[in-house]
Write a protein that binds this ligand. Structure first.
Ligand SMILES: [Zn+2]
Length: 374
């Protein structure tokens, strides 16, 4: 097919036209001939500076273009790191300000490997915290390389970006991505999905069965999935499952210590009441049994270890549930009528169960929306 006049323009003309157009990111998307002429680091950096660090376009347009930028092939973890260094190295913090302009506790160099080590708060936000767009599908599925994991964790920590759950393909990708991580026995990724509600629903019994019966019951993954399911409301009789019981019996007969271990964890979860605990996974509630990390322990060698990590995501959730939300709910419930009657009842019923408050956690999960999470 013959090229259109604009597709025949040389790079020297198409690049300035693109920049003068907004830059309008629809342009490279309509023609791969135009896209090829705009494939240039200078263009990429200009586009990122325009839409990620400056707020001079209508909200909807800005958001669409931010999503396009992150889903572009050229937006790799390596490119993004270079862009952030070029943009923020001068002032020495991801907040984009100098100490004179209000920066304190500068976060530099950025914690590329584990962004959750960076401390931000409501009064010290990273500049990208206002980037409101979609997490690209390319970061939601396996194979789970270290680049992909670091990139996804970084975006979740410093921006409020979300998955486009209205898109059936993206929804499927995210769900399969989590299952791929379980099959790959990638604890880092499974923990990210378990403890971050922007990456999907909390795990339930079907996910527990999948991790055990189809993915080989990696104890660290299974423990974290079960603890998360328990923390978000799966209690006592909710853990009854004939298939899991049969799996345990089969493994016990085969002499596999995992069978006995899992049987004990299920018994602990099926109890009506557990000990009071401040452990994040157990939510500090006595309603419903809790798992003990120590009971049933055995030395399974290098390939069968039980690793239990503490997460910053959990700390955020705990802080929200134990303080912010309780304060808000308390005053709202007692001061607002007639809604107050309903909320007062819910508050009294649920005040010993942080599970209720955790239902509200996704609303405030971004760490910089809280001043007290550290
Ligand atoms: Zn700063």
């Amino acid at each position: 097919m013959a090229l259109s006049p604009i597709e025949r323009l040389p790079v020297e003309l198409i690049q300035p036209i693109f920049l003068l157009s907004g830059p309008n990111l629809a342009l490279p998307l309509v023609s791969h001939h135009i896209a090829a002429k705009l494939s240039d680091d200078y263009i990429y950096h200009t586009v990122c500076a325009e839409y990620l660090t400056a707020n001079q376009h209508p909200r909807a347009e800005q958001s669409i273009n931010q999503s396009r930028i992150f889903s572009a092939q050229w937006m790799t973890w390596d490119f993004f790191k270079v862009f952030l260094v070029k943009t923020y190295e001068g002032n020495g913090c991801l907040c984009g300000k100098s100490p004179e302009e209000g920066c304190f506790d500068a976060q530099w160099p950025p914690e590329w490997k584990d962004a959750t080590k960076m401390v931000f708060s409501r009064s010290h936000l990273p500049e990208l915290s206002w980037v409101k767009c979609r997490i690209p599908a390319k970061l939601l599925h396996g194979p789970w390389t270290s680049d992909k994991i670091q990139f996804l964790r970084f975006l979740l920590w410093i921006t409020p970006m979300t998955v486009d759950w209205a898109d059936a393909e993206v929804r499927k990708t995210a769900l399969e991505g989590k299952k791929e991580a379980i099959m790959e026995k990638n604890l880092e990724v499974v923990e990210m999905f378990n403890h971050n509600r922007r990456l999907g629903k909390t795990p339930g019994l079907p996910m527990v069965r999948f991790a055990i019966m189809e993915a080989g019951c990696d104890r660290s993954l299974v423990y974290d999935i079960m603890a998360t399911a328990r923390a978000w409301g799966l209690r006592s009789v909710g853990w009854e499952c004939a298939e899991l019981d049969a799996w345990c019996n089969d493994r016990i007969e085969a002499g596999d210590p995992k069978g006995k271990w899992l049987q004990l964890k299920l018994q602990e979860l099926r109890a009506q009441e557990g000990p009071a605990s401040n452990d994040a996974a157990n939510s500090g509630s006595r309603s419903g049994g809790v798992m003990s990390p120590d009971t049933g322990q055995y030395d399974g060698g290098e390939d069968d270890q039980l690793v239990i990590n503490k997460h910053k995501w959990n700390q955020v959730s705990q802080t929200i549930s134990s303080f912010n939300v309780q304060v808000v709910i308390f005053w709202w419930s007692y001061l607002t009528a007639p809604v107050g009657n309903v909320l007062r009842f819910m508050h009294l019923r649920c005040r010993r169960s942080t599970g209720f408050f955790q239902l509200l956690a996704p609303l405030m999960e971004c760490p910089w929306t809280l001043g007290s999470f550290q």
